[in-house]
Design a protein. Sequence first.
Lengths: 326, 326
Amino acid sequence: MAGRKEIADKAGVSKTTVTRVLAGNASVSAKTHEKVMQVINELGYVYNEVAAGLAKRKCTAVIALLVPDMTNYYYLQMFNAMSRYAHECGYIISVFAINNDNMYEVLDNVIANRVVCIINMGLTPISEEYVRKIKNANISVIHPGTGEDAIEYVYDYGVVNEIIEKAVVSGAKRFCFLFCMPERLNHDQRLRTVLQSLEAHNAEKVDVVYGDVPEISAISAGYKHTKALIENGEKYDVLFCLNDMLAIGAMRALKEAGLRIPQDVSVIGHDNILLGEFESPSLTTIDTNIEYEAQVYIDFVAGRLQEKKIVNKCHMVVRESAKFGK
Amino acid sequence: MAGRKEIADKAGVSKTTVTRVLAGNASVSAKTHEKVMQVINELGYVYNEVAAGLAKRKCTAVIALLVPDMTNYYYLQMFNAMSRYAHECGYIISVFAINNDNMYEVLDNVIANRVVCIINMGLTPISEEYVRKIKNANISVIHPGTGEDAIEYVYDYGVVNEIIEKAVVSGAKRFCFLFCMPERLNHDQRLRTVLQSLEAHNAEKVDVVYGDVPEISAISAGYKHTKALIENGEKYDVLFCLNDMLAIGAMRALKEAGLRIPQDVSVIGHDNILLGEFESPSLTTIDTNIEYEAQVYIDFVAGRLQEKKIVNKCHMVVRESAKFGK
DNA sequence: CTGTTAGCGCATTCAG
DNA sequence: CTGAATGCGCTAACAG
C-alpha cells in the first residue's frame, strides 16, 4: 500500500509537493506535476480521504441517516434522492435503523465515527445528554419537523383541505384516519391537519386508528388494522392513511373482504412512493417532493442553504383509489 | 471538543493512561480508572473511532454496499438484514447506487474513504485497474455469484425443477421468462436454470423477454414489457419473473388487461420481498434466505467465515398468484 | 515553485 | 501499574 512517502521518494520530491499535486490548486511546475502523477499511477496510489478529514475537518464525509422503519419504501426513495445529490457534493451516506431500544447505541456509534451530520428521520427526540455529546463532537443535526435545529422544514398541507372539500362534496360522510402509530405520537402534522379540516367540514363520523408501527411493519399494520375494522363492522367512505405503505396493506385487507375501491371506500395515502402507481387500483396519494427535501438537507450539510425556514407545498396525486378526483 | 489531552490533564494522568481506561483490557488501578471515567463524563468526551482506525487498522469500520437498482425493495431488505448484523459486529454500512456510468467514480470515492470491504451486488465486474487499486488500499471485495473473490456463494435452485414439474403436470404449456435485463447479461443463474428445466420438460413454447433494467426501474419494466406482450397477442400459462418487483409490475399490467391471475396466467417471482404478501393476488415466489446470506457476508468481513463455499438452498413460497401450489 | 515542521486523535512500542 | 516517544497519512503554516 503505497503512501505519500513512497511516491515522494520515487519521484524525487517532498511529500508536500505530492500533496500539492493531489490538491490541484497549488502551484507546481508542469514537469514536477507530470513526474509525480506518473509515479502515482505506477504505484496505484489512492488518496486517503479519512486521514485528510482527520487533519482538516476533524470529521469524515459521512452523513448518518437515522431511519425508524426500514420496511417503508419511502425511506428507500428518500435515501436514493439524498444519496445522488450527496455524492455530487462529496458526501457519502450511511443509513441506520433506529428504534426505542437501540437509539443511543446507534448515536454512540455514529458519533464515534465522526460523521459530519446526523439526519434523524425518527420520531423520538434526542436526550439532552446526547445533544451535548453531539455538540462536543462538532456534529450537526437535522430532525425534520421538530424545528429544534438550525433548519426548519415545514410541510404546507393546504392540499388536505382541498381533498376533504372534494370528498364532502362527493357525498362522503364517514372518515377514518389510519395512523397506526402509538397514540402518544398523535401530534403528527398530517393527522392534526386532517382532523382539523374534517371538523371544519362537520364530518359526521371521524375515527382514528392507533397502532404499533414501527414495531410491526407499516404494510402489515395497515392490513391488520383494516381487517379488524372490517370485522368490527365499521364502514367508512374515506380511509386516510399516514403513509402509502399503510395504504397498500389496507387495500389488501379491503379487497380480501370483497370491498370495492373506490366504489365502496376511497383510500388516500401519503408520500407518493413508486409502488402506489402499480397497485390495483393505483393509489391516490399526497406528494411531498422527496427530491427537493433531500436536496435541502444536503445543502444544509454543505453549508449552502440560504434560508433557514423552508416551506414545502405538498400536492395531490390523483389516481384510481379515490372516487373524488379532480 | 475535549480530546484525550484535556481529560488526561484534568485527571492528572498521562494520555496513555486514558487510552488504557478506554480500552478496558489494560491494567489500571481502580482509583485512576474511576477518576478518569469521571472526567470523561464531565467533559462529555466521545471516543474517535476514525482516528483509532487510522492508527490501528488503517481503515474505517465502514462496509460499502454497491447496489445496481435502488428502486428494488429487495435491496432494502438485504441492507436491513446486513445492517443489523453488521452493527453487532462493530461495522456500519454505506449504500451506493451504481450504474455503468458512475461505477468507477463510486469506487474511487469508496476507496478514498478506506472502507473495510466492498460488497458489489451489481452485475458489471470491476476492471483490472481498479481491482489493483482496491488491493493496494487493503480493501476486501465480495461480488456475489461471480466466485471471483475469497467467498463463493452459490444458490441451489433445485426448487425450480420442482416448480416446473408441478406446472407441467397441471397442464401448463406456454412459458415466458420476464428477464428485463440486457441480453448480454443472460448468463444469470436463474434464467439459465429455468430454461434448462423447461427444455428438460419439453415445454411447447418458451420465450425470454429482455429489457433495460436498471435504466428503468424493475417494477415499471415489468409493467411495460408485460403490457407489450399482451398487446402483441402473446399468451402464456406461466410467467416467470427475474424478481418480485418485475412480477408486481407485470401483475398490474395483466390485471389492467382483464386477465385473471392465476386462472388465466400464473405469475412467479423471485426474492420473497415483503411486498409480495400484500399483493392481490399475493405473489408466489422463490425465497433465497436473505437474512442468512447477509450474515455470511458480514461474517466474511469479520473474518469469522469458516468455509469458503456456501451453498444456499432456495425454496418456494406458495401463495395465490400461481395455480399449481403444493 | 518547493521543502521543513508541527499537529489532527489515537495505538503501540519501550522504559520505568 | 504508569509515562514518554514514535507513527498512522494527511494538512497547514512558515520558510526559503
